[in-house]
Design a protein around this ligand. Structure first.
Ligand SMILES: [Mg+2]
Length: 163
């Protein structure tokens, strides 16, 4: 339930070839630590604008799926020219299902890309989409996040040893 289908260092490592080889026709994108550099900082990670262009050139439908308030999520989405579903309440599956409907793509042919096992990945598993965990993230400041990250690191180590 928590294990991602794929693990990448960053969003921009995901290639059109990887997606087509794995039957992925559309992506749901997390914002904090996935597209942006940190949780509270909306600066885009290096290479993200170019990566978005590459995905668009390859005709890949993209939509942002964020737990942020609708207005804040919309503001960010507009800045990168993407459609968005805010207040997604990940890990609940409803936002994923709405996003899949809006994209008009079957859920098994969609992948969620995010940095959090207990949010992005778990929700993706519940909704029946594929999941890509990105692991190159800025350490979080709050203790709530630190606890979450602690458990994420343990699981990550185990999965890496399995390979
Ligand atoms: Mg995130």
């Amino acid at each position: 339930m928590f294990k991602p289908h794929y693990i990448y260092n960053t969003l921009t490592d995901i290639t059109p070839e990887f997606l087509s080889e794995n039957g992925i026709e559309a992506l749901l994108l997390d914002v904090d630590n996935t597209m942006s550099v940190a949780h509270a900082n909306k600066t885009l990670r290096q290479g993200v604008p170019e990566w978005l262009s590459l995905m668009k050139e390859n005709g890949l439908p993209l939509i942002i799926l964020s737990n942020a308030k609708t207005k804040r999520a919309k503001l960010f989405a507009d800045s990168v020219g993407l459609d968005v579903i805010g207040l997604a309440a990940k890990p609940l599956p409803f936002g994923y299902i709405r996003a899949a409907r809006r994209l008009g793509v079957k859920r098994k042919n969609i992948a969620m890309v995010g940095d959090q096992i207990f949010t992005d990945v778990m929700g993706g598993r519940l909704a029946g989409v594929k999941t890509v965990l990105v692991t190159d993230i800025t350490p979080e400041e709050t203790s709530f996040f630190k606890i979450k990250r602690y458990f994420e690191q343990i699981m990550l180590k185990r999965w890496k040893n399995e390979r």
